[in-house]
Design a protein around this ligand. Structure first.
Ligand code: DC
Length: 248
């Protein structure tokens, strides 16, 4: 599934050697709603720059998967928090992209199903779980030398001091069109209007939740991806980082 998510990532050559530059302990955050190509962009930017890549949505999805397996009521926040506390989620950094491990099992390929996606959206509104994952993400930020991290709250809550912050956006209609094409390519029969409605509803929920809402970091660069290619987005970010983080 990851390959599916990232298979449109472009193969820019890696033009930077982190050992030759002052890219020491640098964090780049990429936030934004679903369907803006954030994950593919973040993964490719990380590859070109030689940084690690952190997919924070995968952590919410892994807890969602654990909750599904225990067949708990997704509306029950206490039960969800209990599952989260008793789930050990970590990344196997030897894989590219890093493999998501849930209680010792590699689960990356299970995280993008419709069910896990839905479960993750319940997990994401539980304050105790957000606090736990924010702390874990900050620990990863301290442990990994250089990081490109993507999610909804990376530039606002998790890494407010990040050197580079981006916010990717696109018109809901375009995001719905991309999502419809992706699902059809998988052989699924989908109704584009239904997809658009889901996107609009999810955006509203993401922006209005009390803890860690999707919002634009005040010092972020906003990139509207509605009419530009993913390759262009990647090139812009890489060029900006390279121009500001020059050989010391
Ligand atoms: O980016 P994604 O689709 O993999 O995210 C899965 C879910 O987790 C989605 O409901 C948004 C939520 N999420 C979040 O609330 N905060 C993050 N930092 C990352 C994801």
């Amino acid at each position: 599934m990851y390959t599916e998510l990232y298979d449109d990532a472009v193969g820019l050559p890696s033009t930077i050697d982190p050992r030759d530059t002052n890219l020491n302990k640098m964090i780049i955050t990429i936030d934004g709603p679903a369907g803006t190509g954030k994950s593919s962009v973040a993964l490719e930017v990380a590859r070109v720059l030689g940084f690690d890549f952190l997919d924070t949505g995968a952590m919410y999805r892994a807890i969602g998967l654990a909750a599904l397996r225990r067949e708990i009521d997704l509306d029950d926040k206490r039960e969800l928090a209990f599952v989260a506390v008793h789930s050990r989620i970590w990344f196997d950094w030897s894989k590219r992209p890093p493999a998501v491990m849930l209680n010792g099992e590699a689960v990356t390929h299970l995280l993008r199903s419709g069910e896990a996606t839905r479960a993750a959206s319940y997990v994401a509104v539980v304050p105790a779980i957000r606090e736990m994952l924010v702390r874990q993400q900050q620990a990863i930020g301290r442990e990994r030398a250089n990081l490109v991290t993507e999610g909804r709250d990376q530039g606002t809550i998790v890494f407010p001091e990040a050197e580079f912050k981006y916010y990717l956006d696109a018109k809901p209609e375009e995001r719905a069109r991309r999502r419809t094409a992706q699902l059809r390519a998988r052989g699924e029969i989908v109704d584009p209007t239904e997809i658009l409605n889901q996107i609009v509803t999810r955006d509203k929920r993401d922006r209005e939740r009390e803890v860690g809402p999707l919002s634009i970091p005040k010092d972020a660069r906003i990139i509207d991806t509605t009419t530009i290619t993913q390759e262009e987005v990647i090139k812009r970010i890489v060029a900006e980082v390279q121009s500001r983080a020059t050989v010391s």
